[in-house]
Structures are given as structure tokens and as C-alpha cells.
Design a protein around this ligand. Structure first.
Ligand SMILES: NC(=O)c1ccc[n+]([C@@H]2O[C@H](COP(=O)([O-])OP(=O)(O)OC[C@H]3O[C@@H](n4cnc5c(N)ncnc54)[C@H](OP(=O)(O)O)[C@@H]3O)[C@@H](O)[C@H]2O)c1
Length: 319
């Protein structure tokens, strides 16, 4: 199998582009998007931009009341209950959506948690792997019948956090000792591998998938990282301002929205993107610079993760 080459294609956009910039001139009237986490941080900026371009935006939420408050000024956004940590909740949400007969043109799998204290969900699964990866795996598989056969795109919001860990095949649930950063990193590697294999499976049926690193953006995602640690990491100044190189939420939403809509990615399915372009192979370990590490471009690992995820969740729409 050949995979899309990881080299820039010259999109004309970059790190400073916003979601509104990349959607200028794109009319999404009549299109429906689903944005997990679409009521906070990058997701909220994503929902706002897609709605401004004419799309209906379905926002599944584990805190629907909070989501309704956040989205009150976006009439094209609609909220429904979904907890990605709970596969029964994923099934109920997907069944209800499928019952409506509606078609999905875009799915942006953006919900996520980072650097949480050790948390177990479902049958004792590590929470980052379960929420960031397995929940989205089950959701997209269950929603497959709703994906537009004329061309749907799934965008998996990964991260340069993937630099820190491949999939821990021998211990994906950290039963032999927990590390909150490795747990986040593994889940973000999983997000990228998910897109790679989903694209391989879906390409024949008009479905394409992409992974994106949004950049570094101060959002509620950092809620589990103490202020002092954020200063030490170089994320914020001692006064609490974003460090140089950080993006606004509107800039952070741009790459996912670009990957979901740009004609430039036709024929380039499965690509890992950053700064509104295909990412180059990483040449440093500096996550602020980013790029893509080889283990998230490994088609065999992507297929192996698919099999593992299918066994764990009991779902595989492509079997
Ligand atoms: N911010 C960055 O610098 C950065 C960098 C690289 C990658 N990313 C990725 O970008 C994505 C969005 O991050 P963000 O910065 O926008 O964070 P955020 O503001 O914290 O948003 C995350 C969203 O995910 C939702 N969520 C968490 N657990 C959930 C669950 N069990 N079920 C359903 N929804 C759940 C949250 O809901 P609640 O509000 O109800 O908790 C929230 O709406 C994440 O995947 C993150 O890994 C972010």
C-alpha cells in the first residue's frame, strides 16, 4: 500500500491563518458537520467557522448544558448527549443520529483530555486511550452508514504530543505504571494511526481521513497542568500570557477545518497535517516546531491498532 508523502504542498496558508481564512470562498450550505468537543477551545472556534460558512454543526457533548451556553449565539449548531468514555453512550448517540437519516459530510474528532491523573473508564481502560482514541474509533465506525458516499472527510485531531510515545503494544492501558504525559502521547499517536487506516479502508467508498496537529494553544485542555509547570514547559510567561509561537483558538482550528474542506487534499488521503499544509517529517524533538514522526506513518501499525481497537470496542464498520 502506498501512503501520501509527508511533504508540504504549498497551500497558501500557514501557522497564522485562521479557520475563517481557510474557509473564505468555501460555501458549506447544505452540508452537515459533526465536531466532538465543539463547545470548547479549538472545537468552539471550529464550530463557529463551519457554521459561518453555512454548515449545520452537530456538537456531541458530555456536558450538554455547558455546550448550549457556549453555542447560544450559533443558531446552526445543535447539541446532543455523548460521553466518549462510555461506549453505551456512543452507541445511543450514533443510533439516534442514524435514525434521523441525515448525512454527514465532515466529522472532526477533536474532543480530548490531556495529562490527567490516572483515571480508569469502562472495563479499566486508561482514560486518554479510551476517550481520545477508543471513543472516537467507536463513534466513527458506528456513524459510517451516515457518511456521505459522495465524499465525506474525517479529521482526527492529533498532536505533536505523539513525539513522546508510540503505541505501547505490551501495555496500552498502563497497568504496569502510569505516566500522564506518555498516556496523552500514546493517545495522540493512536489518533494519527486511526486516520491513516481509516483512509485506507474508506477510500473506495468516498471516505477520506486526515490527522492534524493544531499547534499550541492555551485552552481548558491544560486544566490538569499546574501554572508553574506551564511556565517551566515554556507555554506561558510568568504573567500567564501565551508564549511566543502559541496560536489563538481561531488559528488552532484552521488546520482541521482546512483538512476537512480543501480541494488540495484530494488524492492525498491519510496525510498528517500541520499549519494548514501537509506536515514535513520531524527533524527535531521540539514539539512546538512539530512535524511528523515515523511511527504515526506506519501502515502496519495503523492496521494493528485498528484490529486492537475493534477487539476492545466490539465495533468495526469495515469488517
Ligand atoms: N490546545 C492545544 O495546544 C492542543 C495541541 C495539540 C492538540 N490538541 C488537541 O486538540 C483537541 C481539542 O483540544 P482543546 O485545546 O480545544 O481542549 P478543550 O478546550 O479542553 O476541549 C476539549 C473538548 O473535549 C471534550 N471532552 C473531553 N472528554 C470528553 C468525553 N469523555 N466525552 C465527550 N467530550 C469530551 C471537552 O468537554 P468538557 O468541556 O465537557 O470537558 C471539551 O469540549 C484535543 O484533542 C487536543 O488533544 C490541542
Amino acid at each position: 500500500m502506498t501512503t501520501t508523502q509527508q511533504h508540504k504542498i504549498g497551500s497558501g496558508f500557514g501557522a497564522h491563518s485562521t479557520a475563517a481564512d481557510v474557509l473564505a470562498g468555501i460555501d458549506l450550505t447544505g452540508r452537515t458537520a459533526l465536531v466532538t468537543g465543539g463547545y470548547s477551545g479549538l472545537g468552539l472556534a471550529t464550530t463557529r467557522a463551519l457554521a459561518a460558512a453555512g454548515a449545520r454543526v452537530v456538537v456531541p457533548a458530555r456536558r450538554p448544558a455547558q455546550a448550549l451556553r457556549a453555542l447560544h449565539d450559533i443558531p446552526a449548531a445543535e447539541v446532543a448527549d455523548l460521553d466518549l468514555a462510555d461506549l453505551a453512550s456512543v452507541r445511543v448517540f450514533a443510533d439516534r443520529f442514524l435514525d434521523t437519516g441525515r448525512v454527514l459530510d465532515i466529522v472532526i474528532a477533536g474532543a480530548g483530555i490531556m495529562a490527567c491523573p490516572e483515571t480508569r473508564v469502562g472495563p479499566g481502560w486508561e482514560a486518554h486511550f479510551a476517550v481520545n482514541h477508543l471513543g472516537h474509533f467507536a463513534l466513527v465506525n458506528r456513524l459510517r452508514p451516515a457518511l456521505n458516499p459522495q465524499g465525506a472527510r474525517v479529521v482526527s485531531v492529533a498532536s505533536s504530543g505523539h513525539f513522546l510515545s508510540d503505541i505501547r503494544w505490551a501495555d496500552p492501558h498502563f497497568r504496569r505504571g502510569y505516566d500522564r504525559w506518555l498516556a496523552y502521547a500514546q493517545s495522540k499517536t493512536a489518533n494519527a494511526l486511526f486516520a491513516l487506516h481509516l483512509d485506507a479502508l474508506g477510500a473506495g467508498s468516498g471516505l477520506h481521513a486526515f490527522a492534524v496537529h493544531p499547534g499550541s494553544i492555551l485552552t481548558p485542555l491544560q486544566r490538569h497542568v499546574p501554572h508553574e509547570e506551564q511556565i517551566a514547559q515554556g507555554w506561558i510567561t510568568p504573567e500567564g500570557r501565551p508564549a511566543p509561537g502559541f496560536k489563538t483558538p481561531e488559528q488552532g482550528a484552521a488546520t482541521a477545518v482546512w483538512a476537512a474542506t480543501t480541494p488540495l487534499l484530494a488524492g492525498r488521503g491519510g496525510a498528517y497535517c500541520q499549519d494548514c499544509d501537509i506536515a514535513e517529517p520531524a527533524t527535531t524533538d521540539d514539539m512546538l516546531i512539530g512535524g511528523v514522526k515515523p511511527w504515526v506513518r506506519d501502515a502496519d501499525a495503523a492496521a494493528r491498532l485498528w484490529t486492537l481497537s475493534s477487539e476492545l470496542t466490539g465495533v468495526d464498520a469495515f469488517a
